[in-house]
Design a binder for this molecule. Structure first.
Ligand code: FAD
Length: 320
C-alpha cells in the first residue's frame, strides 16, 4: 500500500525535499518529465506533485477577420502521467492535483476511480483558477464551487458512497490529501481571517497537511503559520518556493498570485542584463530562503519546477 504523505512528514528526522512537476504540453514527449525528475532524485524526495491544467479558451483569427473561440487542453493526461511516474520512480509517492474547475462530479468520480485502480492514494485538492476569459471562477453545471466540496466527494468515496446511490457492495477508496494555503491571502478572499476560516474548514474535513502558495519573504510564511496555529489549524504547513527565473516575474507573479516581491530581490532582478542572470539571482534568493526555512525545521521545502530542473537542482545541491 502506498505510503501517505503525512506519514513521510511524521517520520522524517529532518526537513524533506519535495517538488511539483507540470505535465508536458500537448505534442511533447513524456521524457521531458523524466528529464526534470531524474536529476532531482539525488535529493531523495519522498513525494512529488503533478499539477493539473484545465482547458483554456483561445481565440483563432480567420482570414475573414472572424475570431473563433476554442477551448483547448494544453497539458492533458494527469492520470496517465501520475501512473507513468509512479511506475518509473517506485520509491516516490506521486501526488496528482485534483481540481474542481472543468469537472462535473461524475468526471471527478471517474478520474478518482482511475487513480485508485492505479494504486495512487495521495492527492492535492484544489479549486483551480478562473478561466482567463472569465472574471470569476465558474464551476461546471454539475461541478464543485470550492475545494471543500471536492473534499466532501472524496470523503464520501472513502466511505464507499458513490454518486449512484443504488450501487451496492461498493469499494471504499482510501485517499489522503493535502490542500493549498496562502501566506499572503488568496486573491479573492476579502481578508485574511475569512481565508483562514475556509482553510480551517478544509483541514477539519480531513486535509492532512497544507502546501503554501509561493512567497519570497519568509516572514510571511512564519506569520502565516503562527496565525494558523492561533486559529487551531495544527497540521504540517509545507512552504512552497518558486525561484524567480525571468524579469517579467516581477510584474506577473504579484498580479497573478497576490504576492509581494521584496524590494531587495526586485532590485537585484532589475540589474540583470539577461534572463540567465535573473535565473541565478532567483537561485541565490531561494537558497537563502530554503536555509532559513530548514533552520526552522519546516516539514518539507516544496519547489515549483515549472518543468525545468536546473535551478531547483542548484538550490537543492546547496541546501540538502
Ligand atoms: P478554495 O479553498 O476553494 O478557496 C478559493 C477562495 O474561496 C478563497 O478565497 C477562499 O477563502 C474562498 N472559499 C473557500 N471555501 C469557501 C466557501 N465554502 N465559501 C465561500 N468562500 C470560500 N491550480 C490548478 O489549476 N492546478 C494545479 O495543479 C494547482 N496547484 C496548486 C498547488 C498549490 C500548492 C497552490 C497553493 C495552488 C495551486 N493551484 C493550482 C492554484 C489554485 O487552484 C488557485 O489558487 C485557486 O484560485 C484556489 O484554489 P483553492 O484550492 O485554494 O480554493
Amino acid at each position: 500500500m502506498p505510503k501517505k504523505v503525512i506519514d513521510h512528514l511524521h517520520e522524517a528526522k529532518k526537513t524533506l525535499f519535495s517538488f511539483e512537476i507540470l505535465p508536458p504540453l500537448k505534442g511533447k514527449d513524456i521524457n521531458l518529465i523524466y528529464e526534470t525528475i531524474d536529476p532531482l532524485m539525488e535529493f531523495e524526495p519522498k513525494f512529488l506533485n503533478i499539477t493539473y491544467h484545465r482547458e483554456e479558451v483561445v481565440y483563432k483569427r480567420h482570414k475573414s477577420g472572424l475570431l473563433e473561440r476554442k477551448t483547448v487542453h494544453k497539458r492533458p493526461g494527469t492520470v496517465a502521467i501520475a501512473a507513468a511516474v509512479k511506475y518509473k520512480y517506485q520509491k516516490v509517492n506521486v501526488v496528482p492535483h485534483m481540481i474542481c474547475g472543468g469537472f462535473t462530479k461524475e468526471e471527478t468520480e471517474n478520474a478518482l476511480i482511475d487513480l485508485h485502480f492505479l494504486g495512487i492514494r495521495n492527492l492535492l485538492i484544489l479549486r483551480g483558477d478562473p478561466l482567463a476569459a472569465d472574471k470569476e471562477f465558474i464551476p461546471e453545471k454539475d461541478g464543485h464551487a470550492h475545494a471543500i466540496d471536492l473534499i466532501k466527494q472524496i470523503n464520501n468515496l472513502n466511505k464507499g458512497i458513490y454518486l449512484d446511490e443504488e450501487l451496492q457492495n461498493t469499494t471504499k477508496m482510501d485517499f489522503s490529501f493535502g490542500v493549498a494555503g496562502y501566506p499572503e491571502k488568496h486573491f479573492e478572499a476579502p481578508n485574511m481571517d475569512a481565508d483562514i476560516y475556509h482553510l480551517k474548514k478544509k483541514v477539519e474535513a480531513g486535509a492532512d497537511y497544507i502546501i503554501t502558495q509561493m512567497f519570497y519573504d519568509n516572514k510571511k510564511y512564519f506569520d502565516f503559520v503562527d496565525l494558523c496555529r492561533k486559529h487551531g489549524i495544527n497540521v504540517p504547513i509545507i512552504p512552497g518556493l518558486k525561484p524567480i527565473s525571468v524579469k517579467r516575474h516581477l510584474t506577473i507573479l504579484p498580479s497573478t498570485f497576490n504576492i509581494d516581491i521584496p524590494e531587495a530581490l526586485a532590485h537585484e532582478v532589475r540589474k540583470c542584463k539577461t534572463n540567465q542572470e535573473v535565473r541565478q539571482v532567483g537561485v541565490e534568493w531561494a537558497i537563502e530562503q530554503s536555509k532559513e526555512l530548514i533552520k526552522h525545521n519546516v516539514p518539507s521545502v516544496h519547489y515549483y519546477t515549472m518543468g525545468k530542473a536546473d535551478n531547483i537542482y542548484n538550490i537543492a545541491k546547496a541546501v540538502f
